[in-house]
Write a protein of this length. Sequence first.
Length: 135
Amino acid sequence: MLEFALVIGLLAALATGVADAGSAFRIKHVLKIASREGARWASVTPGLKKDDPRVLDRVDEILQESRISGAAGAVTPGDPATGDPVTVEVSHEYHPLFPLIGLRGSVQLKSATTMRYEAAGPRVDAPPAGEAEPS
């Protein structure tokens, strides 16, 4: 009985550590999927702007489908030319359920994906064909 009492604490710590690591790994994986989908979306969005809401809405959809809240996204740069790199970064503060000794508070999980800007056609804010731009 004494051996069981000594070992049960170690087994409980091991099990909770594995559960926390698995949860963090799942969130990191979803962040990578969201940043990849956001970068794909940004690379073909005409008239892309810095932190474009069309791209961030798509990233939020992916995160909501996986029940991850509190994540932040960023799209850079704004107004790229065809062939320029566009980057989508998604970050999330992960709070372990059972923090380890020395690891209190939260852990910042981030994922960033860069793709070439491929959008062709008129910019969204460009005037219709045949009209002059206002000066």
